[in-house]
Design a binder for this molecule. Structure first.
Ligand SMILES: [Zn+2]
Length: 322
């Protein structure tokens, strides 16, 4: 079957036509989920038998030794939903093939879904999957700053309080110019505990960290960082020149929230959007859209499903972004 060979694992389709050929039905999608999760082949958890068969719709694997059933989708974002895997896969393709992503309404239209809630639920689970724990720390020269997001949303969310959130941003600088990877996270305030805490969580201790003159960053050298401060009034440069990386990322983030999501991002969901922005930004130079699809599914099968309550009000465990 035409397509690209994956970094490891089952490979992936490179075009929409290939996508259709790879995933013609529910069983093909379930088989792909199975190969992503069990690269060495599925084995029965009761007796270790490797031979078995899948139910017609593909979500269950039945051991031919002892007939114990194993759910192919349990523990993934696809679990506990009546939405067919075909719909999930098509959604993943749309989410990754659109350069800036799309809103729930956009996804509902693209897939011809009857329900807005289904589109919204899928997007939220995909965002959770984009937030991957255990990611590498940034290194080299890293700019760090904070920006304020939200607060001017229209009446999309009804009675929700329109308060601004503080988002800490870290951007790797490349020589002679350009940016590497980013990390973003919501912080409760601009204290040293919050901001230095953010740096320590996302940046290697050996890195050179470039900040403005804000005093909360003064303790960075105590944690092994080479701290370079640019006091804006002293440098004479406008902020967007002196700290070009973080200002560029902040303006891209705000434009993306406004353009793709109409700015209607409530503080409680902001972390998920930061995760999506980071996922996209850090893969912005990849010309292979199919590879993004593959990465998203790879994360999706390793991410447990959120309950409805977690989706509505994410708890602290979900607050970090990729
Ligand atoms: Zn068995």
């Amino acid at each position: 079957m035409a397509g690209e060979v994956g970094p490891s694992g089952p490979g992936y389709p490179g075009t929409w036509a290939e996508f259709r050929a790879w995933f013609p039905d529910e069983e093909a999608c379930a088989g792909y989920v199975e190969r992503l999760r069990w690269s060495g082949g599925i084995a029965c958890r009761a007796c270790g038998e490797r031979r078995g068969w899948r139910t017609a719709r593909g979500r269950w694997w039945i051991c031919s030794g002892c007939a114990v059933k194993t759910s192919v989708t349990a523990g993934t974002i696809f679990d506990r939903t009546r939405t067919p895997l075909e719909t999930w896969f098509a959604a993943a393709w749309w989410v990754t093939s659109q350069k800036h992503g799309l809103s729930a309404l956009g996804l509902q239209r693209a897939l011809g879904l009857g329900s807005y809630q289904t589109a919204w639920m899928m997007l939220h689970r995909f965002r959770a999957a984009m937030v991957r724990p255990g990611r590498e720390l940034l290194g080299g020269t890293v700019e760090v700053d904070e920006t304020y997001v939200g607060g001017e949303e229209p009446r999309v969310h009804g009675r929700e309080t329109a308060t601004k959130s503080i988002v800490a941003i870290a951007v790797e600088l490349r020589e002679p110019k350009g940016f590497g990877r980013v990390r973003l996270a919501r912080v409760p305030d601009v204290s040293a505990a919050s901001l230095v805490g953010f740096v320590r969580e996302h940046v290697q201790p050996s890195a050179a960290v470039h900040t403005d003159g804000w005093r909360s960053y003064l303790t960075l050298p105590d944690h092994g960082y080479a701290h370079e401060r640019t006091v804006m009034s002293a440098s004479g440069d406008p902020a967007h020149v002196a700290m070009s990386g973080v200002h560029r990322v902040a303006s891209l983030l705000k434009r993306w929230l406004l353009g793709t999501h109409q700015g209607g991002v409530s503080p409680q969901h902001l972390d998920a959007y930061l995760g999506e922005f980071t996922f996209r930004f850090n893969r912005r130079t990849s010309r292979k859209r199919g590879l993004l699809f593959y990465r998203l599914l790879e994360h999706a099968v390793a991410t447990p499903p959120m309950t409805y309550k977690q989706t509505i009000r994410p708890d602290r465990k979900h607050l970090h972004c990729a």
